[in-house]
Design a protein around this ligand. Structure first.
Ligand SMILES: Cc1ncc(C[n+]2csc(CCOP(=O)(O)OP(=O)(O)O)c2C)c(N)n1
Ligand SMILES: [Mg+2]
Length: 386
C-alpha cells in the first residue's frame, strides 16, 4: 500500500448522501456478465450461454413477480404491527431467483436474512419465513426438508457453516454443492476471510454468492473494499466473477457454471451479483438519511422484473392472459400470507428453551426450570392478592 492510499484509507469520511455519479471502483469497472440488458435486449457472452424455453422464461418471471408481491405484503404487515421487523429484498429478485433456480434439490443453501427469493425456489412456504419476524419462533422451517438452512443474522457466519458443510459433502463423496449467500458488508467480516481460506485449501464444493446491493445499512461499498469485490477471490486462489445481479438469465448461467465447477471437484467460486437494495435496510431503517434519491432512480431503470417483461412481450413469449393471471395469483398469495400471519398463535413462553440442543443440555434444563418457577411466581402473587 502506498503512503497516499494508506492516508486515504484512514481519512475519516462520513458516508455522505451518495449520488449515482459518484466515482467508485465498482461503477467505473469492470464489465458485468450480462445476457439481458436493462432495455430487455438478449445479448451473448463468450463464457456463459443459456438456452431457455418460453415456459422456463415465464417461470422465472413468475418467480420474481410472486417474490416481490410476497415481500411487499410482508413490509405492509410490519407497518400494520403484525411483524416486528422485515428485511425487504426489493430490487434483488433476479439475483435470488436466477441463482436459486440454478440449484439442484440435493444442493444445500446457507442464507442470510434477506433470501426470500431463494427460499421460494427451495420450496419453503413463504408464510414460514414470517414466524421469526413476528417473534413467534426461532426459524419456522425444517432446514433438512428443503436443504435450506435457517436465516442467519450474525453477519458472515453462514459462510463458515457452508464451508464446513461443503467439506463434509466432499468427504461423503457426493456430487452436490453448497451455496453461501452474503452481502457486500459481510465481505469485510473475518468469518468470510476464513471461509475463503478453508474452502480454497480444502477444495470445498461451495459457491460464495455475494449480493453486492451497494449498501450495508448506511455504509456504501466503497467503505468495504478498495477493489471490486469479486477480485478478492484471486488472493485466495479461486475464481471470482461479477454478474449483473438484475439480470436473471445471467445470474442463472453464472451460478450454474460455478455449481458445475464445484461438482467437478474444482473448488469454490465467488460470484458477485452487482445489484441494488431498492428499499430500506429493514423496516427500522430510513435510507433518506444517508443516500440520495437520484441513486435509486438510476437503479429503477435497471429493474430486474421490468427488463424480463419487456423481453417476453417483445419476443411474444407471453401474452396478456399470462400477465393478468399472474396478477390474480399475486393477489391470492398476498391475501393468504396476510391471513396466515394474523392467525399465527403466540407461543408458550417456556418454548423459548426448545430446539437449542437436539439431545438436551443440563444447563438449559436448569434455566428452563428457573423460568418455570418464575412464571409460577406470578400465579402465586395473583393468588396472594385476592
Ligand atoms: C456480526 C454482526 N455484526 C453486525 C451486525 C449488524 N448488522 C445487521 S445487517 C448489517 C449489514 C449487512 O450488510 P450486507 O452484508 O451488505 O447485507 P445486506 O443487509 O445489505 O443484505 C449489520 C452490520 C450483525 N447482525 N452481525
Ligand atoms: Mg449490502
Amino acid at each position: 500500500m502506498t503512503v497516499e492510499s494508506t492516508a486515504a484509507a484512514r481519512k475519516p469520511r462520513r458516508a455522505s448522501k451518495r449520488t449515482s455519479a459518484a466515482k467508485t471502483p465498482q461503477s467505473s469497472e469492470p464489465q458485468l456478465v450480462q445476457l439481458l440488458t436493462p432495455e430487455g435486449e438478449r445479448v451473448e457472452h463468450p463464457d456463459y450461454s443459456i438456452d431457455l424455453s418460453a415456459d422456463e422464461l415465464r417461470g422465472l418471471y413468475r418467480d420474481m413477480v410472486l417474490t416481490r408481491r410476497f415481500d411487499a405484503e410482508a413490509t405492509a404487515l410490519q407497518r400494520q404491527g403484525e411483524l416486528g421487523l422485515w428485511a425487504s429484498l426489493l430490487g434483488q429478485e433476479a439475483a435470488q431467483i436466477g441463482s436459486g433456480r440454478a440449484l439442484r434439490d440435493d444442493d444445500y443453501v446457507f442464507p442470510t436474512y434477506r433470501e426470500h427469493g431463494v427460499a421460494w425456489c427451495r420450496g419453503v412456504d413463504p408464510t414460514n419465513l414470517l414466524g421469526m419476524f413476528r417473534g413467534v419462533n426461532h426459524g419456522g422451517w425444517d432446514p433438512t426438508t428443503n436443504n435450506f438452512h435457517l436465516y442467519t443474522i450474525v453477519i458472515g457466519s453462514q459462510t463458515l457453516h457452508a464451508t464446513g458443510y461443503a467439506m463434509g459433502v466432499a468427504k461423503d463423496g457426493a456430487d452436490s454443492a453448497v451455496v453461501a449467500y452474503f452481502g457486500d458488508g459481510a465481505s469485510s467480516q473475518g468469518d468470510v476471510a476464513e471461509a475463503f481460506t478453508f474452502s480454497a485449501v480444502y477444495n470445498a464444493p461451495v459457491v460464495f454468492f455475494c449480493q453486492n446491493n451497494q449498501w450495508a445499512i448506511s455504509e456504501p461499498t466503497e467503505r468495504q473494499t478498495r477493489v471490486p469485490l469479486y477480485q478478492r477471490a484471486q488472493g485466495y486462489g479461486f475464481p471470482g466473477v461479477r454478474v449483473d445481479g438484475n439480470d436473471v438469465l445471467a445470474c442463472l448461467a453464472v451460478t450454474r457454471s460455478a455449481l458445475e465447477r464445484a461438482r467437478r471437484g474444482e473448488g469454490p467460486t465467488l460470484v458477485e451479483a452487482f445489484t441494488y437494495r431498492m428499499g430500506a435496510h429493514t423496516t427500522s431503517d430510513d435510507p433518506t438519511k444517508y443516500r440520495a434519491d437520484d441513486e435509486r432512480a438510476a437503479w429503477e431503470a435497471k429493474d430486474p422484473i421490468l427488463r424480463l417483461r419487456t423481453y417476453l412481450e417483445k419476443e411474444k413469449l407471453a401474452d396478456e392472459a399470462f400477465f393478468t393471471e399472474l396478477e390474480t395469483e399475486s393477489e391470492t398469495l398476498g391475501k393468504r400470507v396476510r391471513e396466515v400471519v394474523r392467525a399465527m398463535p403466540d407461543p408458550e413462553p417456556i418454548s423459548l428453551f426448545e430446539h437449542g440442543y437436539a439431545d438436551g443440555n443440563s444447563l438449559v434444563d436448569e434455566e428452563r426450570a428457573q423460568f418455570a418457577a418464575y412464571q409460577a411466581s406470578f400465579a402465586d402473587s395473583a393468588e396472594e392478592g385476592k
